[in-house]
Design a protein around this ligand. Structure first.
Ligand SMILES: [Fe+2]
Ligand SMILES: [Fe+2]
Length: 157
C-alpha cells in the first residue's frame, strides 16, 4: 500500500491547505476508533482512497478525493460523549461535517458529495459520483482495521 515519490508529493500538495489549518488539526484531539484520532483516521481514509485510485488507474478527481476524505469526519466533537443536536451521530455527522467544512473552506461539488454521502448505505441516499463511492468504501475499510487494532501492521508509508 505504498505510493511512489511523485504520488506522495501530489498527496502532500492536495492536503496542504487543510492539514496546515488549526481547525483541521483540532480533529487530532478527538478519538475516532480505538486509539486512533479523528485526524489520523481522516488522513488514512484520504491515503487509501488515493492509493486505490492509483492502483486501479481510475480516471477520477484525485484532488477532490483527498480533500473530501480529509474533511469527511470534520464534525469536531467526541462522538463517544457528545450528542449531535441533529440526531443520531451515525446518521447526522456527515451533515455537521459538511457545515463545518463549508464554513472554513471553499469546496467544490465533488468534495461536498464525498463528505455528505460517506456513511452510505447507513444513510440511504447513494453517492452520485465515483469519488464519493471510493471514499465511502475506504472509510469502511479504515474503520474496520482501526476497530480491530490491526491498523499499525497494515500502514506502510
Ligand atoms: Fe464518518
Ligand atoms: Fe470516517
Amino acid at each position: 500500500m505504498k505510493l511512489s515519490r511523485s504520488e506522495k508529493q501530489y498527496f502532500t500538495d492536495c492536503s496542504l491547505e487543510l492539514l496546515k489549518s488549526e481547525i483541521v488539526q483540532r480533529m487530532g484531539t478527538f478519538i475516532q476508533h480505538a486509539n486512533v484520532s479523528c485526524l489520523e483516521h481522516s488522513i488514512s481514509v484520504a491515503y487509501y482512497s488515493y492509493w486505490l485510485c492509483r492502483k486501479l488507474n481510475l480516471n477520477v478527481d484525485c484532488r477532490s478525493i483527498i480533500r473530501g476524505a480529509l474533511l469527511h469526519d470534520f464534525f469536531l466533537y467526541d462522538w463517544h460523549v457528545t450528542k449531535n443536536p441533529k440526531g443520531l451521530h451515525g446518521f447526522k455527522h456527515p451533515l455537521t461535517a459538511l457545515e463545518n467544512a463549508e464554513e472554513h473552506f471553499s469546496l467544490n461539488d465533488c468534495e461536498k458529495e464525498i463528505i455528505v454521502r460517506h456513511m452510505w448505505p447507513l444513510t440511504l441516499t447513494p453517492p452520485k459520483c465515483r469519488e464519493a463511492l471510493i471514499v465511502s468504501l475506504s472509510d469502511k475499510f479504515c474503520s474496520i482495521i482501526e476497530i480491530l487494532r490491526i491498523y499499525p501492521a497494515l500502514i506502510s508509508r
